[in-house]
Design a protein around this ligand. Sequence first.
Ligand code: ZN
Ligand code: ZN
Length: 147
Amino acid sequence: MYSGSCECKSVRYQFEGKPLTCYACHCTDCQTASGSAFGLSMIINDKDIDVTEGEMSINTLDYNGTKVQKHYCAQCGTAFWFSADDYPNIIALKPGTFDDTSWFTPIAHLWVRSAQPWVVLDKSVPQYEKQPEISELMDLWAKRKNT
Ligand SMILES: [Zn+2]
Ligand SMILES: [Zn+2]
């Protein structure tokens, strides 16, 4: 069981289950959303996560015609996870919100064609120019050696 919270600690969650995959995305949307060089996503079953403290706010965003729900803390603005009707029962958690971030390692780098040139990537970790199939990322996670 893993717990997490936002920057202001007013919302807390618990995750009990196994990730389906975890990857780093270097697309420009993730750079903007994170205000940083890349985003981290962990795909999990939505039944495995519970909000244990505070209240999650939800905004519906439109990404090129796909409706995506952003679940975040209204106090500090930290994004916790994203869900989409096109992907029922799974969510994309932002794993940097875990209290302990030492137990997972991303198994792939996505959209490396827009990665910042000063980001040095481990060549032993698979890299994709664009967006691979989610099933491929799940296979990589299942076959990983560490964590
Ligand atoms: Zn907060
Ligand atoms: Zn991205």
